[in-house]
Design a protein around this ligand. Structure first.
Ligand code: MN
Length: 274
């Protein structure tokens, strides 16, 4: 099956948070409907405590999945909460959110994944919404030699807790013991990827190390073999096939919509009264 492998690039974002950017701007045609995947964090609080202070989003969803440590979240309309290990925040920015995401100092490794899901033109200005899912609300399906945590979509007949998705996305977190195999279906009209959090494995007969992603844009079976114990995510989403105008934390369809968004930010009219 046709595939593309990308290795995360070390960089800093926010006010100075060390992260690996797995994919972003350069690959939007290949990653559609996904825009960006970051693996942020470190075992040294100096690498992340400055966090991601107040910033806007429009036209996208940000999906934050914590793997260790916690992030404090707050937004312009008073939503506030903590995203802890194994928790998920599925935020639909829609027409506009201004928020901050602040990792808390920890003696342990603080890290997590943030995936951006693009919104289709007709939903870009929808009312913002949050889905906060706790670790113990995520169903765990035991399989021979491993387990599958179902965050969104379904695995076999077990459905994840994030419902009523705008874009059809499946998001699974998988652990396999060395020597175990598992297959995933890549559907026609969907983009599918596996991102390896730890260990080493073969994905469609291609060996990957941690911090690598393998992307598939055609239909077929993705056969995974754990060369060592592995921990990875499998994510698949329906392609939108729409034009993308991307300006930092705001992603629209046209340059004009982007200019409007930044003008509204300047004028203080970015947040829509409902
Ligand atoms: Mn954000």
């Amino acid at each position: 099956m046709k595939k593309m492998i990308l290795q995360g690039q070390s960089t800093y974002d926010g006010a100075g948070v060390k992260l690996k950017r797995i994919f972003a701007h350069d690959h939007t045609k290949l990653t559609d409907p996904f825009l960006l995947l970051d693996h942020f964090g470190s075992d040294n609080p100096a690498d992340y405590v400055k966090g991601f202070p107040w910033h806007p989003h429009r036209g996208i969803e940000t999906v934050t999945y914590m793997l260790g440590g916690t992030v404090e979240h707050g937004d312009n309309i008073g939503n506030a909460g903590t995203i802890g290990p194994g928790d998920i925040q599925w935020m639909t920015a829609g027409g506009g959110v201004i928020h901050q995401e602040m990792p808390q100092p920890s003696n342990e490794m603080m890290h997590g994944l943030q995936l951006w899901v693009n919104l289709p033109a007709k939903n870009k200005m929808m009312e913002p919404r949050y889905r906060g899912i706790l670790e113990n609300e995520v169903p765990v399906v035991k399989i021979p030699g491993g387990e599958v945590r179902v965050i969104a979509g379904a695995y076999k007949d077990v459905e994840g807790p994030v419902k009523e998705l705008i874009v059809d996305v499946k998001y699974l977190d998988i652990r396999l013991k060395k020597g175990t195999s598992l297959s995933h279906e890549a559907k026609k009209g969907y983009t599918s990827f596996c991102y390896l959090i730890s260990g080493a494995g073969e994905f469609d007969e291609t060996k990957l190390e941690q911090a690598h992603v393998i992307l598939f844009t055609e239909s077929g079976s993705i056969d995974v073999k754990a060369v060592e114990d592995i921990h990875y995510i499998f994510v698949t989403g329906k392609q939108l096939g729409e034009p993308i105008a991307w300006g930092g934390p705001i992603v629209m369809n046209t340059r004009e919509e982007l200019e409007t968004a930044f003008r509204e930010l300047d004028e203080g009219t970015f947040i829509k009264k409902r």
